[in-house]
Ligand binder design. Sequence first.
Ligand SMILES: [Fe+2]
Ligand SMILES: [Fe+2]
Length: 294
Amino acid sequence: MNPDSNELKALVQKITDLPTLPAMMATITRLMQDPRTSAEELGRAIASDPALVSKVLKLVNSAFYGFPGRISTITQAIVILGFSTIRNVVLTTSVLKAFGKNASQGGFDVGKFWEHSLLTGAISRSLAVEREANFVEETFIAGLLHDMGRIVLSQKLTAEFEKVLLVKEKAGISQLAAEQSVLKLTHGDIGGWLARKWNLPIPYVEVMRLHHFPGEALNLEPPSQSDTTNLIYIVHAADALSKGLKDGKPDLASADAIDPAVRAELKIGAEGWERFQLRTQEEIGKARAFLEIL
Ligand SMILES: [Fe+2]
Ligand SMILES: [Fe+2]
């Protein structure tokens, strides 16, 4: 769906209390765009929020990043892990804080939602490693955030969400089909809108918007194309695989749910599957630790 469609504009107008990202996120993005910014400057910006500092330090010292117990200051964390990793950590912390990790509401189970997000993030990361992609960490974050539109729909558009659930049940159709029938758009459109409103990097915007419609990823204009298309393909596949785990590992049978064009492009075949399964199990464990710290 076109991000400027009238249906989307009319729908999001009904959202009155959308959480905002902390002002610091904007400062960090601005500092990162300036090549003269030093690690000390970026560190000072983050240091203005002590709760965030302790979370970032906990995370970078966790098994997820592989430097257990060795990083004691934010500046050190920035030097060792790089600007973009720290930005990703701050971004994820802020997004989770904005919507809450545990607050279940109505017919929406937030715990289940984050479990699905975590699995999709971990499988995305594992797929990116398998494909030797150069945006492994972004892939984890993109997978973790891909369904944010669902949380906005359930928490901020409650009446519409209830209608969707009703139609889903009555007609015995999928959640996505029910959204299309009731809203003339999907949680992907809502997620893409949110990501743009929050000024998230473009690849995250497009993953949130197009993860159910990977075919549309080919229509993106350069320079969004290429890496972003790849990212959308990976998250689309991981989303499908996350729904059919067997003994905590991706199952080849559930690969059928992946769009055929994506499957062909990612070449998810029997070859290398075992290696991918084992790595995914490891990634899921690490992702769990990541989410627990946040
Ligand atoms: Fe989705
Ligand atoms: Fe999903």
